[in-house]
Design a protein around this ligand. Sequence first.
Ligand SMILES: [Zn+2]
Length: 493
Amino acid sequence: MKTSPSDPSRREFLKTTTAAAVGTALLPSLSRAEAKSAGKTIGIQIGAVSFVDEGTEKVLDILQERGGVNTLFLATFTYGRGIAGRQVPGQPLPDHGKQEYDTNFRGGNFATPHAKFYERTSLKQTKAPDHGDYDVIADVLPQAQKRGMKVYAWYEDNFARDVPGVEKLRELDWNGRRANTLCPLHPDYREFLIGLTEDYCQSYAIDGVMWCSERQGPLHNALGAGDPSRVTCFCEFHQKAAKERGIDVQRAKSGFKSLDQFIRAARAGQRPNDGYFVGFWRLLLEYPELLAWEKLWTDGKHAIYADIHKAAKRSRNEIQVGFHIWHVNSFSPFFRAEQNYAEFAKVADFLKIVVYNNCGGPRYASYINTIGSTIFRDLPKDELLQLNNRWLGYANEAPLDKLPTTGLSSDYVYRETKRAVTGVEGKCKIYPGIDIDVPTEANQKKTAPEDVYAATIAGLKAGADGVIFSRKYSEMRLANLAAGGKAVREFSS
Ligand SMILES: [Zn+2]
């Protein structure tokens, strides 16, 4: 990877802005805020639209008073609705904010892209047009600092198809077709993320960054709910990297072709003579390239974590760098095996582990139904759930038919937080992501105040260094947020 040339003027600018912030408002109020939360990070994820709709000071009042929040994770870059924009259309609007859906949501960079950081990438025009010239960091940062609140830039691997310059960065499936996802080995993409990180860290006196990539490699995607003929990536960069590892590209493609046929037949209930699982294992023996390509892809994803860590620390060493760990980590032992907390801790100051327990019920049930329709099809699905619970270390969770309406328990939040705290061996902080009104279907588990209270207490009791209320303020009901705040106050007192 190329590194950025150092630019003294950038550093000078930053030094001045940081010094100014510290000199004026930051220090006196910081001690008060820290005392209240007993040193824990009480974060919330929030997008630009909430400040635009409700007024910045008013929103900050609510977050501090109701939620006990001392750290803002501003959704600064995404083309998705999961962390930005108002409530997802079709879901009930919460009891604050504008009472209409933003069906014209577009997304992009909700701060201001500064051109000099994007000289080594083709992705130059990413400013979100949703709120005109509005820059969420420039607006919120000074007002948050006055209150002693910390501000993190929170950005994710979610791009629209028609972002200018994005076409050649898109992945190729094993049939040579373009996907919507961007290739983690494409230098332009990596340089974009490095530039974006430097832009946030050098143009604004923020306290930290958090990156999210809710993606997995081709073997795991083939076992998922999508089209196994479309799994990625087989672009020139992946082929080159594969050859360097001694992986035969043609054998890999043949392996994915056979896997595609196997998955389609399994979904249709065509049982191999030796059983579904044996059939799958035989494929892995025949084509070890399936696992090798999964590892190759995943190493590329994680190399971006290292890129971001390096770019942030090079900008300012005190910047806190962390990663959002996808919810699939809670359901799939295969994906979990790729989430090595001790390894992540080498390039992270903190990990936000997703432990959304309410929507976790329907999501986990969906995972079991998917995997139970292919490689584990010989097991009755509820038995598969029990087996999977044992693999993942869960106890006392609802049976499969109740799981979508019951959700996962606060005991799950405790166990997963504890596992993460143990896993990082004290080398990085753990912030469990707490589910507050993450959307589910109409007849599925909805968040209640007691759920948020119990999950927040469970995370803190398990030894977490804080919590992050998720996914976005614009979908949360205030009583549920207040239950998180109550838990924080009671735990601290
Ligand atoms: Zn690629």
